[in-house]
Design a protein around this ligand. Structure first.
Ligand code: DNO
Length: 400
């Protein structure tokens, strides 16, 4: 039996500068994509799934994971038309099951999906990477957005640092920072102007940590049984970064958060995306331990590294360099696969994708989306597969 993890690659659809043909040359088998053209809250029809699936299969690949069907803000707030949107979501999941796509990655982050302050952070080796700088974020919050009550969310030291930082910015820099934070990174649903952003933040007044948690659990209670029946494995993506931003709660940041939501509906169909880069930002998240304790609920793997800096600041490091002990994580994932094998489970080939990558050789102007460079991800894929195969070989030698 071929037990290796399934190699997948995120493709942003017809607008992606990296074509299916270019992806096929990478020796991946699975495509991770979404129907990005459909508005949030729409039903994804069986025809729409099948049409896209045929396109992927014509290129010699397979549609392995949907990342993501966006969860409408009404569902997260449990206001307005949330009941209709939950019905739509369920209908999309049923259609996805009929189309035979096995894994659904989604998230429950209010308003903003993944967030960075710098998309071209230059490293001494010459490549660039994505970076989250807590001082820059605070400066934006306090002096560009001027959010009410923002001052209460930061330490005295950060307030001083943010003010000094803001004073050092030119108007171009401010524009750039605003765009990085609000314009919407690849895969996010939409971008906002600061005014639109403030207006949508206001709609979250009164929704704190416990309210958002309850809304997530209510959503899972309704959708997970449908996913189970449809044969679709749900895989919630953790918060990125894993802490509240702009006063908005974030409730999928820690091992305890992940465990709690898997308990809400105890089934492999209510599972997790194990994103090492997101969980890894919190030093308290013991990633190898998470694989051991929660690995049986992992339906999708995002393998990426980060380097923590001062406070909550971090940048995206090369896949095998940084604070995530990637080799150990991969070893633990192989152990999880062995447990699944022993238990007779049929989902041994957990799909993984090299998550993000550095922008290498920018002079080639390949014009890929931030974080989703062809060469950086290819480098990530190669080193991750190398580690996986090395560990498998050592185990095989030791056992014969
Ligand atoms: C970023 C991605 C996220 C992810 C969503 C899942 O690179 O990992 O945008 O797709 O949060 O719904």
């Amino acid at each position: 039996m071929n037990k290796k993890f399934e190699k997948t690659w995120r493709w942003f659809g017809l607008d992606d500068t990296i074509t299916l043909e270019a992806i096929r040359q990478l020796d991946v088998t699975g495509i991770v994509t979404a129907l990005h053209h459909l508005p949030t809250g729409a039903v994804w029809s069986l025809e729409a799934f099948e049409e896209r699936k045929a396109m992927i299969e014509d290129a010699g690949l397979k549609w392995s994971v949907v990342e993501s069907i966006p969860v409408h803000e009404d569902i997260k707030r449990r206001t307005g038309d949330y009941k209709t949107y939950i019905e739509h979501f369920k209908e999309s999941v049923r259609n996805m099951g009929k189309a035979g796509i096995p894994v659904l990655c989604y998230n429950f982050m209010p308003v903003l999906d993944w967030t960075r302050t710098d998309l071209d952070h230059e490293m001494s080796m010459g490549y660039t990477c994505l970076r989250f700088d807590e001082t820059a974020l605070a400066a934006f919050d306090l002096f560009v957005l001027r959010r009410n009550g923002a001052g209460d969310d930061y330490s005295e030291q950060l307030l001083i640092g943010a003010e000094a930082y803001f004073k050092s910015l030119s108007s171009d820099d401010i524009h750039h920072l605003t765009k990085n934070i609000l314009a919407g990174l690849p895969g996010s649903e939409e971008g906002y102007t600061p005014e639109e952003f403030q207006a949508i933040l206001d709609t979250y007044a009164g929704i704190g940590d416990s309210e958002l948690r309850e809304n997530l659990y209510a959503f899972i209670r309704e959708v997970a049984p449908v996913a189970e029946e449809a044969g679709v494995k749900m895989a919630i993506h953790p918060d990125d970064p894993p802490f509240p931003l702009f006063g908005l709660p974030r409730v999928v940041s820690t091992e305890a958060d992940a465990k709690a939501l898997t308990d809400v509906y105890d089934s492999p169909y209510n599972g997790l995306t194990f994103c090492t880069g997101s969980y890894g930002v919190l030093a308290d998240n013991d990633l190898p331990g998470m694989v051991e304790r929660l690995g049986h609920r992992f339906n999708f793997l995002h393998l990426r590294n980060i380097q923590r800096e001062k406070g909550r600041t971090f940048h995206e490091a090369l896949h095998l360099k940084g604070d995530v002990d990637m080799e150990k994580v991969i070893y633990m994932l192989i152990m999880e696969q062995e447990r699944r094998h022993t238990e007779g489970r049929n989902d041994l080939r957990i799909p993984f994708r090299p998550d993000h990558g550095q922008n290498i050789l920018r002079s080639l102007h390949l014009n890929s989306a931030p974080g989703y460079s062809y060469l950086g991800r290819l480098r990530g894929l190669a080193v991750l597969r190398g580690v996986e195969m090395g560990i498998r070989k050592v185990l095989e030698i030791q056992r014969t």
